[in-house]
Design a protein around this ligand. Structure first.
Ligand code: ADP
Ligand code: MG
Ligand code: MG
Length: 513
């Protein structure tokens, strides 16, 4: 068979080849837990009354082609990004400046800030913070530059509930397995080869981050055994992604952890007089644990706070002595407004947090143009771009929200703004769309194959543990900082959103070219 060229990738499969690949992919996925709970629209609760069913996670059949230089640059930059966001989270006064611009027009940011102030009033009793971060990028070829070599542009930086670390390690192992069993046609031998496939160590590496915080917490003060608490949504379809971290934490570090549905916080946890966070497992409430680390996989969206007591719950966790991943200030550092302020041309902010100029300039190179929608000069200019249908098509409008499904894209921007009082526009940022080079792949989702043009988003995980400062002179210090593997998410090029859990994308792995 003639070798496939990169522009012909991925190969067409005969029906026998497709059958062989799919049956191996499906069995491997379930056997290894590359899985999600089925969508209610896919399996009704009457078909699965006791919730025992799982299905393969949406994955790509082939590893997507990814420029080697970009991949390596993204991973190499992660410790600098960890340092940047850990420094922002330690700078309350600077964050306050950001929050003040949002507080009157964004209830969620206001509630988070009030929660911080309420803890501060009583005094923080834990000065360590943990970040399990993920910096997301797309490949961008700058046609205005003469060499037009591809570079990375940052989509966003996640400081809370950065997901898919557990499944990402598996999908890279799946693609390697499919190569090993000759499920890819021999015409791809020059492209899909062991040396080009990048394994993601995210599961183990993120779990080691939780273990590092657990250890740094020190000994039990209440005399009760220690544990880590995963604060989760309920129901959670992406439960296995989280379970893989939990299992790695137990198997590799011997650390016990529990899953706490966020809405049960006030039922299952309490603070003792020393503000130790005590957790009573519902199956055995008399055996209490002292929580060393609260890992939030919930609490990042207003939907998680339908009742006022959900804010009381967040406050209880924040007030406790447990190390938070993330703390409220770290959560707020992930606001898209922060990204926009950092990306302001010639701004002093990046230098403030990254004093080493060469590090700061490498970070700066990954920023896409982002504008405020306020009354500053840049803001007034951006308002014009956003309202004009001819220019709006090059942009995405983002509120200060996480978890996918919140953005307004391209031609939808002008009518959206028309219906929004102008006083609320500063709650959004306007970002230039990154236009990655065209690629193709096939996605298996709910048993159905979708083939065609795709867009890939590279996420690089980072672990950072730091001590917060105690005074003007003491800015705190970083205790642990490492790059923690990667995620590749791939979506059809007709979809603006890329969320895997939100139903738009698939987990993928990199085949470097
Ligand atoms: P969220 O925090 O909700 O994940 P994102 O900023 O990551 O918000 O946006 C969601 C999705 O929208 C991304 O995964 C990506 O597919 C798309 N997107 C966001 N910003 C851009 C951009 N500047 N260029 C191209 N696509 C973008
Ligand atoms: Mg996000
Ligand atoms: Mg995102």
């Amino acid at each position: 068979m003639a070798p496939l060229t990169i522009s012909e990738y991925p190969p067409e499969l005969s029906s026998e080849e497709e059958q062989y690949l799919l049956s191996n992919l499906k069995d491997w996925s379930i056997a290894h837990g590359l899985a999600v709970r089925p969508a209610p629209s896919f399996v009704s609760s009457s078909q699965d009354p006791s919730g025992v069913l799982a299905t393969t996670a949406p994955v790509t059949l082939f590893p997507s082609l990814f420029p080697r230089v970009c991949f390596e640059a993204g991973l190499a930059l992660q410790t600098a990004y960890n340092e940047l966001y850990a420094a922002i989270a330690r700078d309350e006064r600077w964050l306050q400046g950001i929050v003040e611009e949002l507080i009157d027009i964004d209830d969620f940011v206001e509630k988070l800030w009030q929660t911080h102030l309420a803890v501060k009033k009583e005094g923080y009793v834990q000065n360590l913070s943990l970040g399990l971060f993920r910096s997301d990028y797309m490949v961008h070829s700058d046609s205005s530059k003469s060499d037009s070599s591809p570079g990375l542009r940052q989509v966003e930086f996640n400081t809370i509930a950065s997901s898919f670390g557990g499944l990402s390690s598996l999908v890279s192992a799946l693609h390697r397995y499919l190569l090993t069993i000759d499920a890819y046609p021999s015409s791809t031998a020059g492209i899909i080869k062991a040396e080009a496939l990048r394994q993601s160590k995210s599961t183990s590496s993120l779990a080691q981050g939780l273990a590092a915080a657990h250890k740094a917490y020190g000994t039990s003060r209440s005399g009760k055994p220690l544990c880590v608490l995963f604060v989760v949504q309920d129901p959670e379809r992406n439960v296995f992604d989280q379970r893989h971290l939990e299992y790695a934490l137990l198997e590799e570090s011997g650390v016990r952890s529990f899953r706490l549905p966020f809405h049960r916080t006030l039922t299952d946890t309490k603070l003792d007089s020393d503000r130790n966070l005590l957790y009573a497992p519902p199956n055995s409430p008399s055996t209490e644990y002292e929580v060393t680390t609260v890992y939030f996989r919930a609490g990042y969206t207003p939907d998680d706070y339908p009742r006022e007591e959900d804010w009381t719950a967040r406050l209880q966790l924040e007030k406790s002595r447990a190390i938070k991943c993330p703390s409220i200030l770290t959560h707020l550092a992930g606001c898209k407004k922060v990204q926009q302020v950092l990306a302001t041309p010639h701004s002093p902010h990046l230098k403030r947090f990254l004093p080493d100029e060469s590090v700061a300039s490498r970070v700066l190179e990954t920023f896409a143009p982002i504008y405020p929608l306020d009354d500053s000069e840049a803001g007034r200019e951006a308002k014009k771009l956003a309202q004009d249908p001819a220019t709006a098509v090059r942009y995405v409008l983002k509120p200060q929200r996480e978890g996918g499904g919140n953005n307004i894209y391209r031609k939808a921007i002008p009518p959206f703004l028309k219906n929004l009082p102008e006083t609320h526009w500063p709650a959004y940022i306007l970002m230039e769309m990154i236009e990655p080079p065209p690629l193709r792949n096939a996605i298996l989702r709910n048993g159905e194959l979708q083939r065609g043009g795709v867009i890939c988003e590279l996420g690089v995980y980072g672990v950072c543990l730091w001590r917060n400062g105690t005074s003007e002179d003491d800015k705190g210090e970083i205790l642990q900082n490492w790059e923690a593997g990667y995620l590749l998410r791939t979506k059809g090029d007709q979809s603006e959103e890329g969320g895997v859990a939100a139903g738009f994308g698939a987990v993928d792995s990199c085949c470097l070219v």
